[in-house]
Design a protein around this ligand. Structure first.
Ligand SMILES: [Fe+2]
Ligand SMILES: [Fe+2]
Length: 133
């Protein structure tokens, strides 16, 4: 069973963004498989770091696009990316607790799933119209 499935409901209509979202979903699924296969924690942490790294690039890409086309809700959107990153860092940097990878992955997925449906899908029609011009 896949941890995270892509479906058309998640499409923003901006091809590059959808492509990046699909790549991120594949990365989620790969980490999930690794957890189930019990691979060692160091390798898991590396995979999680790569996922976070690609997320940073993706957030920056979206923000640049919103900036370029003067998307009116860019500030709230940027703020939500930032708040999420802070929450995630807090969980990962807690020195007293060993990382529970499955919990982190679930938290990450839930936030992101909602973010696509509420925030990312909102910029879709706006940017699509602007990019056609
Ligand atoms: Fe996104
Ligand atoms: Fe976003």
């Amino acid at each position: 069973m896949r941890f995270f499935n892509w479906d058309e409901n998640l499409a923003t209509g901006i091809p590059e963004c959808d492509l990046q979202h699909k790549k991120l979903i594949n990365m989620f699924n790969a980490i999930y498989d690794s957890i189930r296969l019990n691979i060692d924690k160091k390798a898991l942490k590396e995979a999680l770091d790569s996922l976070i790294d690609y997320f940073d690039k993706h957030f920056a890409f979206e923000e640049k696009l919103m900036e370029k086309y003067q998307y009116p809700e860019i500030n709230i959107h940027r703020e939500e990316h930032k708040n999420f990153k802070e929450a995630l860092n807090k969980i990962l940097q807690n020195p007293n607790e060993e990382i529970n990878f499955l919990e982190v992955l679930k938290f990450f997925k839930n936030w992101w799933f909602n973010h696509i449906l509420t925030m990312d899908k909102k910029y879709g029609p706006f940017l699509e119209a602007k990019m056609k011009k």
